[in-house]
Ligand binder design. Structure first.
Ligand code: DGY
Length: 313
């Protein structure tokens, strides 16, 4: 029987598929499995089902000479040393497609929440400081007729763009690859930053995209613009963002992801013009179940000697 390490509780119906064919070692802690424990428990395993919070580095891979598959329950896979895993003949998989619509919906939730000042309003009510309806209370910004600037137009970026028409926004995008994207205007990054009213990030975290949005990029944005990040925290220089928001160089930011999760840059906490949520974009019961299921199906396929369903590109 194969042996599989699963680093966090998965829906029981999904886990049952693994248990039916393999010996499952399930880490049941609420937070990420500590690095040392991951190395110790992966030893002797044939497959690893892990989360984006697990650093699957050389140390982990070297600790498991019989490993055949690493299945990340996430579309992003910057937590895995993919090149090294490949050099050891290990298949690495992720969970594309199943979370696209849910992340796109959530991106719009953030766009609407920050431009219409939902969290500021909620805090006001909860503090008991609301004095009643007023013509000029917490006025937001309309989206109609404005430009949504997408940095990255893979599956999720495109799904975000598909919803823009409903809010009367035109779409511009920047992409490192030459791509066809009908109905949207291709712009170089600087131009996109200079002209967009909402800038939304949809790129993977790679050495090229780390701190893509740095102090220089932030100073390019319109003072009336908003930054949305549902991609990966390190794509934005968080200290530079806090500085830019403090100086009102942009109107606001909505962040689902952070440079050093779950740590949030302390300067962001005191700012009203930033909305902070805890990496929730794919967080619906349906989507998280589908992600776990796809990861498990990938493992089952590899252990059965077949091709994985969704190997990382
Ligand atoms: C992913 O799948 O990479 C997301 O960040 C999880 O929500």
């Amino acid at each position: 029987m194969s042996a599989i390490l699963v680093t966090r509780k998965l829906p029981s119906s999904v886990l049952a598929k693994l248990s039916a064919v393999a010996d499952v070692d399930l880490y049941t802690g609420e937070a990420a499995i500590p690095a040392e424990e991951l190395r110790a428990r992966v030893a002797g395993k044939d497959a690893l089902v892990c989360l984006l919070t697990d650093a699957v580095d050389r140390g982990v891979i070297d600790a498991a000479p019989s490993l055949k598959a690493i299945a990340n329950v996430a579309v992003g896979y910057n937590n895995i040393d993919v090149a090294y895993a490949r050099s050891r003949g290990i298949v690495v998989t992720n969970t594309p497609d199943v979370l696209t619509e849910s992340v796109a919906d959530f991106t719009w939730a953030l766009i609407l929440a920050i431009t219409r000042r939902l969290s500021e309003g909620e805090r006001l009510v909860r503090r008991g400081e609301w004095k009643g309806w007023a013509l000029d209370l917490l006025l937001g910004t309309e989206l109609r007729g404005k430009q949504l600037g997408l940095i990255g137009v893979g599956r999720i970026g495109r799904a975000v763009a598909a919803r823009a028409g409903a809010f009367g926004m035109r779409v511009a995008y920047t992409s490192r690859r030459e791509i066809e994207f009908a109905g949207a205007e291709a712009l170089p990054l600087d131009r996109l930053l200079l002209t967009s009213d909402v800038v939304s990030l949809h790129v993977p975290l790679t050495p090229d995209t780390r701190h893509l949005i740095d102090k220089r990029a932030l100073t390019r944005m319109k003072r009336s613009a908003y930054l949305i990040n549902t991609a990966r925290g390190p794509v934005v220089d968080e200290a530079a963002l806090a500085w830019a928001l403090q100086h009102h160089l942009l109107a606001g930011a909505a962040l689902d992801v952070y440079e050093d999760e779950p740590v949030v840059h302390p300067d962001l906490f005191g700012l009203e013009n930033v909305l902070l949520v805890p990496h929730l974009a794919s967080g619906t019961t349906e989507t998280r179940t589908a992600m776990a299921d796809l990861a498990v199906e990938n493992v089952l396929a590899v252990l059965a000697g077949g091709a994985p369903l969704t190997p990382v590109p």
